[in-house]
Design a protein around this ligand. Sequence first.
Ligand SMILES: *[C@@H]1O[C@H](CO)[C@@H](O)[C@H](O)[C@H]1NC(C)=O
Ligand SMILES: *[C@@H]1O[C@H](CO)[C@@H](O)[C@H](O)[C@H]1NC(C)=O
Ligand SMILES: [Zn+2]
Length: 235
Amino acid sequence: MWGGRAGALLRVWGLWPAGVLGRRPLSCNAASLAGSNPSGCWNCGSPGGPVRGDGFFCPQCRALQPPDLTRDYFSLMDCNRSFRVDTAKLQQRYQQLQRLVHPDFFSQRSQTEKDFSEKHSTLVNDAYKTLLAPLSRGLYLLKLRGVEIPEGTDYEMDRQFLMEIMEMNEKLAEAQSEAAMKEIESVVRAKQKELTDNVSRAFERDDFEKAKEILTKMRYFSNVEEKIKLKKIPV
Ligand SMILES: *[C@@H]1O[C@H](CO)[C@@H](O)[C@H](O)[C@H]1NC(C)=O
Ligand SMILES: *[C@@H]1O[C@H](CO)[C@@H](O)[C@H](O)[C@H]1NC(C)=O
Ligand SMILES: [Zn+2]
C-alpha cells in the first residue's frame, strides 16, 4: 500500500511532520491542575472574588492569585471559540495581560507571587502563540472538541498529496540558491494560505473531519517551512 511505503520513506528521510507544535503542551484545562483556590485568597483567606474571570488579584489584599488552569485559551484571550480570530484584538489582549502579570512587575513582591507571575506569563504566552498561528489554533480547537491528530500518522493521506510533499522536499534538498529556496517558500506559503481558507470554511460548517484532514496537510507544509528556516541559517 502506498501510504505505508510513502510513510516509511518520509520517516527515513526525516521528513515526517514532527509536529512543530507537538512539543508544546496544548492541554491547559486539566481540572486536577487547577491553581485557583476555591476556598479563597492564598494570602489573606478572603473568600470569593479572585476565582473566576479576570480576577487575577485578590480584591482585598491585591495579592496575585494562581492561574485558573481550567480556563481554555480562547476564554483567557477573550476570543470567541472559533477559527476566525481577530489577531489585532488578540495582540491587544496579550499586551493587556502581560502588563498585569509579567514577572518584571513582581521583582519586589513575595516569592509566591513571583512564582504565580511566571506561571501566568508562560500561560499567556502559550495561549497567544497557539491562537495566533492558524495551524496551532485549528489543532487546539479540534482538541477542545475531543479530536486529536496523533503524531506521525498518515491519516487517510492520499497518494497524490504525499507525492507532492516528497517532491517538494526533494526540491528543497537540492536547492542551492537563495532564489530556488524563495520559490519553494512562496509555493508553500500559497498552499498554506489556501488551506487556511479551506479549514476556516470547514470549521464554519462544524465539519471537524474535514478540518482534521486539512490541518494534517498544513502540518506537512509547516514541516517543510521549518526545514526552509533551518536551511537558511548558515551552519
Ligand atoms: C463573538 O461572537 C459574537 C456573536 O457571534 C459577536 O457578536 C462578537 O462580536 C464576537 N466577539 C469577538 C471578539 O469576535
Ligand atoms: C481548497 O478547497 C477547494 C474547494 O473545495 C479545493 O478545490 C482546493 O483544492 C482546496 N485547496 C487545497 C490546497 O487543498
Ligand atoms: Zn487576599
